[in-house]
Ligand binder design. Structure first.
Ligand code: EPU
Length: 334
């Protein structure tokens, strides 16, 4: 089942060329259980869309490619939809829209697979998966037993969950169930850029497909396509700072954008901070900062994981010096 010495370049959206000593594509839960009964130290590679590979991997690498979508009636208003871990996230979103199931349309065009979506609680345009998440099924590596996690068990936060903290490396997510609307969809269209598009087309009663199309358009305009240029979406989280710190920054930077983030706290877009530091569109060898969205680091072809990480450290240092803010890396560094 395992192949020897495989380059992982095609298997991570950053396009980083590291070697896997052994590599297997897994298409069923039974196959996975069999592997777990033999190896406890494995590396699960899903869509490869939220990782930066900085070294060769000696543990067996498993590319989880299980497929399938199933529905189950919940009540008159909701349906439960379960997708296997290896389903591509965006294809799953489109499948739900085709079936007129609402709730995840704002998460259109996010790279990656369904199985990793809960780990960082993927989010965009006012919606996170925690908003429609119902439950997930995982394999516990230590016991090789199945376990079900509810939303409360997952302890979701901003780009965060149990699986990024206490549960890190202990479970393999096998499938995820969402509770989606079958009618009277609750559209989340407050985000500025969505409003602009709706007004442009005079659309006062958009469908979930309209919202998905608008978001797909916005993302295509702003974010680089990993098929064309290696990247992992937002490289940093948007930092949360105290109101006092924010007020102090506002004195020097009147136009600083912000989102309220709870009592006495303010979230500031990291992309704006990085742009202010002069990094937007800059290139250092084959590592760079995207020209339309400074929060996204890119690989122009042959950057190593270390090249990208060095650039990230340079950005962190400059933002700290100029704004007194510590940026936190959002992508998993391997
Ligand atoms: N901005 C700049 N310069 C830049 C980038 C952004 O000034 O280079 C400013 C924008 O003008 C705007 C603000 O920063 O005022 C926010 O920008 P944007 O709407 O693009 O969103 P973001 O905060 O940079 C977050 C998510 C994205 C998600 C968008 C839309 C994080 C870490 N990132 O980005 O998620 O698509 O909001 O909801 O929260 C991802 O996680 O990979 C991702 C792409």
């Amino acid at each position: 089942m395992f192949q020897k010495n495989i380059s992982l370049k095609p298997y991570n959206t950053f396009g980083i060329d590291v070697n896997a000593e052994s590599f297997a594509v897994v298409t069923s839960q039974e196959q996975l259980k069999k592997i777990i009964s033999e190896y406890k130290e494995i590396f699960i590679l899903s869509g490869g869309s939220n990782i930066l590979l900085t070294k060769d991997i000696s543990r067996p690498v498993i590319s989880l490619c299980t497929k399938g979508i199933k529905t189950q009636e919940f009540d008159q208003d909701y349906v439960l939809v379960t997708a296997e871990a290896g389903e591509k996230w965006h294809e799953f979103v489109l499948w739900c829209i085709d079936n007129d199931y609402g709730g995840i349309e704002n998460l259109s065009l996010i790279p990656g697979n369904v199985g990793t979506s809960p780990i960082q609680n993927i989010g965009a345009y006012g919606v996170e998966i925690k908003d429609t998440f119902y439950q997930l099924k995982a394999l516990e590596i230590e016991t090789n037993a199945f376990k079900t996690f509810t939303a409360a068990d997952c302890n979701f936060g901003y780009r965060d969950s149990f699986f990024k903290r206490e549960g890190k490396g202990k479970y393999i997510i096998l499938n995820v169930t969402f509770k989606l609307t079958r009618k009277d969809h609750k559209l989340q269209k407050n985000y500025g850029a969505i409003q602009v598009e709706l007004e442009k087309t005079n659309n006062s009663d958009p469908s979930i497909k309209d919202i998905s199309d608008i978001i797909t358009g916005i993302r295509k305009a702003k974010l680089p396509d990993p098929e064309e240029i290696g990247n992992s979406g937002s490289f940093f989280k948007n930092p949360v700072i105290s109101k006092a710190h924010f007020e102090q920054l506002k004195r020097s930077y009147q136009k600083i954008p912000f989102y309220p983030a709870g009592k006495n706290l303010v979230k500031v877009p990291a992309g704006w901070l990085i742009e202010q530091c002069g990094f937007k569109g800059k290139r250092f060898g084959d590592a760079g900062v995207h020209k339309n969205q400074a929060l996204v680091l890119v690989n122009y072809g042959n950057a190593s994981g270390k090249d990208i990480l060095d650039l990230a450290q340079k950005i962190k240092k400059t933002v700290k010096e100029q704004f007194g803010i510590d940026l936190e890396i959002e992508v998993n560094i391997i």
